[in-house]
Design a binder for this molecule. Structure first.
Ligand code: SAM
Length: 306
């Protein structure tokens, strides 16, 4: 398959840090594309995502709609359903934050926040819930400047915590910035687990279990281990693996097929719910969207601490 010019070329930000994460920008581009659909057709909505995509990328897509369509069709053939799974993930995580708010959420920690805009767009967070956005300093510094430009200043309810999960201690950095372990907390890791080594995933989960009060929760997404190590038999899995190696954003962590529950139970979590593609397809893709394919390779999982 001949590859058309990529809309957001990778700079290998996750593996060979040389600037902000291009994957974070690519996810923002998915949110832009979905948000531009009419209300009854979109799966998720983020009015701020557009500020986090290179204006040249948006201008190119606007003035070359045929090329942009050709590119998204090319990636859909390469990674069938993945774009829709990423957009369903945004919606699922949004809905989870909203229901956590209804259940008395007091603190939100967004790990690998990238250009996540939930702190600024989900009603009920501002003024009630302290939000910690944790990300690699190279990406967070770019985000902080953009947030200042959008809102004129940094919002009071958000604390920015620059951390490299591979080399720094998350717990120490969070504690130093005012993280309160006595508050009911939700930890989000969206599009992060796969980009950090298994040891860093373990350390993060261990921090959550040991340093959050009863009833706190974690929600994250993951790929199966076979996709990460390149042994996946599905063509889509091989394609995702090979593409990410090629753009120097190789995957590092996945869980063995069907073992996410055991994986989290062994690490001290309970009330574990593994969300399959079939489940989120049923939740969000109805009517006009019922024929949109999702990827069976992207899972979500949530669990609580005792
Ligand atoms: C695919 S992006 C997802 C961003 C955001 N959560 C979203 O869904 O839009 C991955 C994020 O993980 C962050 N990340 C990757 N490796 C990291 C590391 N070693 N330390 C800190 N952050 C890291 C990147 O900076 C980036 O923001």
């Amino acid at each position: 398959m001949q590859e058309p010019t990529s809309l957001t070329a990778s700079n290998g930000a996750n593996n060979k840090r040389k600037g902000s994460s291009k994957m974070a920008e690519l996810i923002a581009l998915h949110r832009v594309a979905e948000s531009r659909k009419p209300e009854g057709k979109r799966i998720c909505y983020d009015p701020y995502a557009v500020y986090f995509v290179d204006p040249e990328t948006l201008a190119f897509a606007a003035s070359n709609p045929e090329k942009a369509k050709e590119m998204s069709e090319y990636y859909e053939r390469l990674f069938p359903g993945l774009a829709n799974s990423i957009r369903a993930r945004v919606r699922y995580f949004d809905d989870f934050v909203k229901s956590s708010l209804d259940e008395g959420l007091e603190q939100l920690v967004i790990l690998g926040a990238g250009y996540d805009t939930r702190a600024y767009r989900i009603e009920g967070l501002k003024g009630k819930v302290r939000v910690f956005e944790v990300d690699h300093p190279d990406t967070q510094s770019v985000k902080v400047e953009k947030i200042k430009n959008i809102f004129g200043s940094l919002p009071d309810h958000v604390t920015y915590v620059p951390v490299d999960f591979e080399t720094e201690n998350l717990g120490e950095r969070l504690a130093a910035q005012g993280y309160d372990r006595s508050l009911k907390t939700l930890f989000l890791m969206e599009g992060l687990s796969m980009y950090i080594p298994p040891e860093a995933v373990d350390e993060t989960l261990s921090f959550v279990v040991k340093n959050s009060c009863k009833g706190s929760a974690i929600l994250f997404d993951y790929y199966p281990e076979s996709l990460v190590d390149g042994s996946c038999e599905l063509e889509a899995g091989k394609n995702i693996h090979n593409y990410l190696v090629q753009v120097e954003e190789s995957l590092k962590f996945g869980t063995r097929e069907g073992e996410a529950k055991t994986f989290l139970a062994e690490r001290g979590f309970s009330q574990i719910h593994n969300v399959t593609a079939e489940e989120y397809k049923k939740m969000y893709f109805h009517g006009i969207n019922k024929n949109r394919e999702v990827s069976s390779l992207l899972f979500f999982v949530h669990a609580v601490t005792e």
